[in-house]
Design a protein around this ligand. Structure first.
Ligand SMILES: [Zn+2]
Length: 204
């Protein structure tokens, strides 16, 4: 529970960040973290095309550097990109200056006003500095597709249990999430459509 949906206390810590939009509308925001990579991202793009869904991809700068053609593909297919640092750094583990430098390095490749902190943590001074420059996007539902302790079925259950109007939902286009994401994402999309949700892009 504490992981899948962060408690209010935690949300309030990062005042001015975004966890959920449009509480009054039957709408969700799909987001994909940690790509772009050739093994997984094109598969996600094809699936989204099939349903004509646009999503937001929080990209790791180093992956953008290694796979510029995949990064271009994400944008060419009409999706939005956001900064997820250059080396996927965990803010609590490094000094604020280094963290901000890593975000800045990623920002040279990823032209976006959106930022999401890896692991969902930042020191407050890091957040205060980034908040001035970026729209900081957190989440309402973490699917935990990355967790080896979860099956694809359990990931799907998390989507069903926690999604509500305006939810920002996190999946991962990463090797670690791989098969679990591939098995649970189509099911989740089908279910969301059945429930009457429409899919929107996060605006910069
Ligand atoms: Zn991440």
């Amino acid at each position: 529970m504490l992981i899948e949906r962060a408690p209010k206390l935690y949300r309030n810590l990062y005042r001015g960040s975004h966890w959920r939009f449009n509480k009054d509308k039957k709408v969700v925001y799909l987001t994909f973290d940690d790509g772009p990579i050739p093994e997984i991202t094109p598969w996600v793009l094809d699936l989204l095309d099939k349903y004509n869904i646009k999503a937001t991809f929080f990209c790791v700068g180093d992956n953008v550097r290694k796979f510029p053609e995949i990064y271009r593909m994400v944008q060419d297919r009409g999706h939005t990109v956001g900064n997820h640092t250059f080396h996927h750094v965990q803010g609590l583990n490094i000094p604020t200056e280094s963290y901000l430098a890593d975000v800045k390095e990623a920002g040279k490749l990823i032209k976006s006003k959106l930022f999401r902190p890896p692991h969902g943590h930042m020191r407050l001074p890091q957040f205060y500095a980034l908040r001035k420059q970026y729209k900081v996007i957190m989440w309402d539902v973490v699917t935990r597709d990355y967790s080896r302790l979860k099956t694809a079925g359990q990931v799907f259950e998390i989507v069903k249990k926690y999604t509500r109007n305006g939810s920002i939902i996190v999946f991962h286009d990463s090797i670690k999430s791989g098969d679990r994401m591939k098995a649970s994402l189509p099911q989740s999309i089908e279910w969301l459509l059945e429930q009457g949700y429409s899919f929107e892009l996060i605006e910069e």
